[in-house]
Design a protein around this ligand. Sequence first.
Ligand code: FAD
Ligand code: NAP
Length: 339
Amino acid sequence: MSLQVQSAISLKPFNTFGVDVQARLFAEAHSDDDVREALAYSARHDVPLLVIGGGSNLLLSADVQSLVVRMASRGIRIVHEDCLESIVEAEAGEPWHPFVQSCLELGLAGLENLSLIPGTVGAAPMQNIGAYGVEIKDVFHSLTALDRETGELREFSLQDCAFGYRDSVFKHQVARWLILRVRFKLSRVARLHLEYGPVRQRLDEQGIDRPTPFDVSRAICAIRSEKLPDPAMLGNAGSFFKNPIITAELYATIKQQHPGVVGYPQDDGRVKLAAGWLIEQAGWKGYRDGDAGVHKLQSLVLVNYGQASGLQLLSLARRIQTDIAERFGVELEMEPNLY
Ligand code: FAD
Ligand code: NAP
């Protein structure tokens, strides 16, 4: 079946903030051929292309004058297996959490700490998704991307991706690389990461002293469900700001004024702060202006109570950034991609 291009489509169902903007053109790509057709359409009609997955890391500030292509390709396969590792390949349009569950059902460990993150496999490398002490760089093998400038396929190794904290080469070249499929290095021998605060505590509370990867996944799903708003009930894009990594000197100054501040030392001597803590200290937790607000339980999450526009959410974000810079001397960087 060839690519179906529709015009004037509301993107409200396609972004987890639930912002109601229109795409000039919209299509779903189920295969590499669809993706190539979309590229050709965009060139022929001189209209830019915007690729999306689950829309869970986007802030849409206005109608989108592009051909929006939603990745809907499916397929999960083991492409290599030996006694040490299994390489699993998944198509970009695979929804992330069901993919994690499928790997666990195949007896493959490694992704359990990344359970219940919304979005798709294809977008996961974009910001090196991370949670509970694991990032995809820890289990990444390679990926195949289409170079939108040349139309050629390119293989990316771990080094090529230049993964950093919520960062990658793709985040800096959003209009160039279209990720088609990703391969992960998983294992039938679990090496669990339980050191991240509430995980071990949750397992202990359940009397689980020798957890399986499934136990870890279930514990993390339970913790997340209690702490984070479900986008199906309350529009949001998860953490709105990255946790800032600051110099040891600035950390010492903040600590003097706010002894309760928690810092996580980094390998390079800098210190990571919890952005949510800064925002809460500044009194923004639970703040609401019209339908744009800061979540009542989790200050790092901006929410749309219903009719907030992308610009209203952006304006709230800017006010928070200014306030945090004035109070603490810390620059907060937005995590979702802004369009
Ligand atoms: P989209 O929002 O659709 O796209 C994000 C960006 O990637 C856009 O710039 C888009 O153009 C680009 N893109 C999408 N697909 C492709 C592709 N195939 N090729 C090239 N570019 C592409 N993130 C974390 O890291 N950790 C968390 O724990 C976490 N928890 C979250 C909890 C909630 C409730 C929510 C709403 C979000 C959370 N996020 C988290 C953020 C988000 O889920 C992830 O960043 C996710 O990977 C985004 O996937 P997506 O498919 O929705 O991407
Ligand atoms: P939390 O447990 O309340 O902790 C607050 C912050 O402190 C976290 O963001 C985390 O940074 C940092 N932290 C806590 N324990 C740490 C440790 N042992 N070592 C290093 N850093 C530590 O966090 P939360 O908000 O409930 O989120 C739990 C996890 O899910 C975090 O990893 C978070 O990143 C992830 N998450 C991400 C999003 C998103 O949209 N990006 C949304 C929800 C949850 P890190 O963020 O660097 O881990």
